[in-house]
Ligand binder design. Sequence first.
Ligand SMILES: NC(=O)c1ccc[n+]([C@@H]2O[C@H](COP(=O)([O-])OP(=O)(O)OC[C@H]3O[C@@H](n4cnc5c(N)ncnc54)[C@H](O)[C@@H]3O)[C@@H](O)[C@H]2O)c1
Ligand SMILES: N[C@@H](CCO)C(=O)O
Ligand code: NA
Length: 440
Amino acid sequence: MSEVRTLKVALLGCGNVGAQVARILLDDADALAARSGARLELSGIAVRNLDSERDVELPRELFTTDADTLVKDADLVIELMGGIEPARSLILTAMQNGACVVTGNKALLAQDGPTLYEEADKAGVQLSYEAAVAGAIPILRPIRDSLSGDRITRVLGIVNGTTNFILDQMDSTGAQFADALAEAQRLGYAEADPTADVEGYDAAAKAAILASLSFHTRFALEDVYCEGITKVSAADIAAAKEAGFVIKLLAIAEKINNAKDGGGEGVSVRVHPTLLPREHPLAAVRGAFNAVFIEAENAGELMFYGQGAGGTPTASAVLGDLVSAARRVVLGGPGRTETTTGYVPALSINASTTSYYIGLDVADQAGVLARITHIFAEHGVSIEIMRQTIHRDAASRVESAELKIVTHRASEAALAATVEAIKGLDVINSVTSVLRVEGV
Ligand SMILES: NC(=O)c1ccc[n+]([C@@H]2O[C@H](COP(=O)([O-])OP(=O)(O)OC[C@H]3O[C@@H](n4cnc5c(N)ncnc54)[C@H](O)[C@@H]3O)[C@@H](O)[C@H]2O)c1
Ligand SMILES: N[C@@H](CCO)C(=O)O
Ligand code: NA
């Protein structure tokens, strides 16, 4: 029997995910060796403080504060420190030294992915990052490999657990945003500073990665339009619910062809609160779970569902990448990162098209509907559904009239102009909601 090769694995960072990766590497060494064709020897764990308390009991002799030396002597490097530096420099050093790298660092990939992908190509090593998008859910490899014979047309993802938990609480219990966020923090889903979650930045970083792999073009964070959930009110949620929708923070990447309006083809990459019909598969994604819904020309609709965060689930994705990288080292051959075969421009949000839900508080007078529909027609925005609800007091006197409108797909610019014109009508008391809609 030929001798099994040993590959040295350096782990950078021993936090939520890193500690679980170290535990599995040590506990499951035989199974991992059988699957990768090499023994994966944890050669060291770079930490900031050798004496920190950790959730997982690990051999102390593995810890080092000298990440540079550890990286230079490794066949495979796992980066789970997070942040930009020193993660970026250590990954570059590792690749320049011929090591394959596995990372979960979506913030770094969204900010400086192209430099890292190019370096991986140059060095002929593999850079893998399944953990960076939707944690445990296998989504990047299916997009890159399983769907490489198809054309993806649209990706809709719930890729941030914290915001999905908050919106789900608001929807199911009527909770206010601040209370739902406090609950997410109490349960440990949200970050200590949850700005990246609630402002949509974390989802935007993941959207850039999803769009790049799906459309074979390198999209950066600045290509992603980003709107978080801080402005979603309990009233928006209630209105959506009443109209048969649920509000989700979606990461969207889709091909849009504006040729008939004199524009070109491009990819719209955006993150924003979105109304979905309650029967849409993504509407059933509750709590802190994640899911990615893909539409492809030949495969049709696909959905990937599971845990998008947490130390152990995320470690599962990291180990999957590690075994695959180890197998490649054993078998030889160039590394595979992403395929950039074409250039499709990123569209600005104004050139993106979607359906909209508009809630209006209007005067209950003859001719109001006609004046409103005239403004929609003038701006080329077509109405799909329009419903009026009259609220009366105990003596049957009209208290208010509420109008709910769902449009066909329209450009963001046309919709914004329509809403501005409607606000100027004397029969409008207020525009109560303007929300984008998918899946109608
Ligand atoms: N936690 C999740 O659910 C999750 C999910 C998907 C992706 N990720 C990504 O995985 C990475 C790790 O996440 P985490 O939740 O384990 O973070 P964490 O904050 O729990 O752990 C990071 C660890 O790295 C250490 N570290 C930071 N800088 C260091 C340095 N210069 N030298 C040595 N150690 C250093 C920190 O002290 C900390 O212990 C991040 O990039 C994160 O975005 C996390
Ligand atoms: N804060 C992120 C962690 C996983 O990337 C979330 O809530 O989904
Ligand atoms: Na994943």
